[in-house]
Write a new protein. Sequence first.
Length: 140
Amino acid sequence: CSTAAYPAEVLWLRFLSRVCVTEKPGVCPRYNVIGICVVSKNNCFNDGECPNDEKCCSYGCGRQCMDPYREKPGVCPRNNVIGICVVSKNNCFNDGECPNDQKCCSYGCGSQSMICVSPMQKCIAVCTPTYCYILYQNCK
């Protein structure tokens, strides 16, 4: 991730150099800035500058190293929303914003209408995933 330069090109090195950017797995948590934001010096510019599994995430006023959210186990239940979609202020963005074992799932109005719900268990051999999904029940 560097560009070699001959001695005559040393002055141009500044313009020719590249920086390696490491992107770690996971998704940054959503930030909710309310009020006035005082922008301070960023403590990171990319994931490679963060320790362990942390990612360099925006918090609305700059960037800092944060733990990424992890998807919780289970499957979102199927929904049968028919009618008008209403987007709530209480929508979630990912599983990390949901309490306990709840998952952030769509309730039928697209990705802008996600809510925290109790997940279904993944189906095992006695019940096919399609069968469980259609009947809205957990496998036993």
